[in-house]
Design a protein around this ligand. Structure first.
Ligand SMILES: Cc1cc2nc3c(=O)[nH]c(=O)nc-3n(C[C@H](O)[C@H](O)[C@H](O)COP(=O)(O)OP(=O)(O)OC[C@H]3O[C@@H](n4cnc5c(N)ncnc54)[C@H](O)[C@@H]3O)c2cc1C
Length: 310
């Protein structure tokens, strides 16, 4: 069973880098189901969705989709979009923060220039008392992303924090170092295709490591975001914090826009801080493919949408 799912994930994730599939889905995909996971193609559409979520007691983290940028010009454009997004969130009174991908800021081109762009965004966010999350991408960028976040903190921009992926074998070591710097971290299972040499291939091992990382963070008292739709893990966290009298103010749950919405609302109703990750923009294809890879049933959902249209 585990092997079947691994093969499925590997094939679907392979599509994320396929230009022909990307072009086809850009043409049709939003109508074929991507809108279930993506809050809109424009900033205004996404802000309207964010305000609706706020009204339902959910905080947001907004993500302007885009990754694997190839030119500095493109990366500058993405930086400008984030600055405009931060301003618009403040003007409209959206309760939330932003998440960005370091390769969208040009990390594949130059560490220094990517750092400058992210610093610019973090400074604009700091002016608005807003937090900036650096999403974690594939393992090619783990070390470089962590270096950028640490440099931001050293430069006084402590309103930034990274993501740690439980499937990576190195994560325990990384997390200790981030905890010792008091850094706000988002913990996830991990969404990319990684070799067994560096990542746990079995779901059971990923889940065990995820719990180990969550436990060490909650015990440390440093603010932590637990980002998962896995109800077993969520229930385990709830029991753990109740047993140790850890206050709800020490952590938050995060889930993706369009996934397990009733659970998000229920947890918020129960007094937990819940943040919805709200992606928008025209470059939604790789994000969409990762969501399909996480759950075979989502592919069925897309196929059903296609059949309905024909
Ligand atoms: C807020 C947030 C931010 C994230 N940021 C990053 C990041 O920076 N880097 C990174 O590598 N990964 C990131 N991820 C993705 C994460 O690594 C996992 O790939 C993803 O969350 C699926 O794992 P899970 O923990 O939900 O558990 P799973 O065991 O995969 O899923 C548990 C249950 O949740 C439901 N579910 C899970 N995924 C889906 C889906 N796509 N569609 C419908 N139902 C689903 C299903 O019912 C499933 O049985 C993020 C996830 C979240 C929620």
């Amino acid at each position: 069973m585990d092997m079947g799912i691994r093969l499925f994930r590997s094939v679907i994730l392979g599509l994320a880098g396929n230009p022909a599939a990307a072009a086809l889905s850009r043409k049709y995909g939003m109508k074929l189901g991507a809108s279930r996971f993506v809050a809109g193609q424009t900033r205004d559409e996404a802000l309207a969705k964010a305000l609706e979520l706020n009204e339902r007691k959910l905080l947001v983290t907004m993500d302007h989709l885009g990754e694997g940028v190839r030119t500095d010009q493109e990366a500058d454009g993405y930086r400008n979009e984030y600055i405009a997004l931060i301003d618009a969130m403040a003007v409209k009174g959206v309760r939330g923060n932003v998440s960005l991908k370091p390769t969208q800021m040009g990390l594949a081109l130059s560490d220094q220039r990517a750092y400058e762009r992210i610093r610019h965004i973090a400074a604009a966010a700091a002016d608005r008392s807003m937090f900036v999350r650096l999403d974690m991408e594939d393992s090619l960028y783990t070390e470089r992303t962590l270096r950028i976040v640490k440099k931001l903190h050293a430069d006084g921009l402590t309103n930034a924090g990274p993501v740690i992926q439980a499937y990576l074998r190195r994560s325990d070591h990384d997390l200790r170092s981030l905890t010792s710097c008091n850094m706000n971290v988002r913990l996830v299972k991990g969404a990319y295709k990684e070799p067994a040499r560096i990542a746990y291939p079995k779901r059971g091992d990923v889940d065990s490591n995820f719990k180990r990382l969550i436990r060490s963070r909650l015990d440390s008292g440093v603010y932590t975001a637990v980002a998962t739709h896995d109800e077993t893990i969520i229930d385990w966290v709830r029991t753990f914090v109740a047993r140790r009298s850890i206050p709800n103010s020490a952590f938050e749950f995060q889930m993706l826009y369009g996934i397990r919405t009733p659970l998000q609302l229920r947890l918020a109703e129960q007094g937990y801080t819940v943040r919805s990750y709200v992606p928008y923009g025209t470059m939604w294809y790789p994000y969409f493919v990762r969501r399909l890879a996480e759950r075979p049933a989502n592919v069925g959902f897309v196929v059903r949408s296609m059949l309905k249209r024909n």
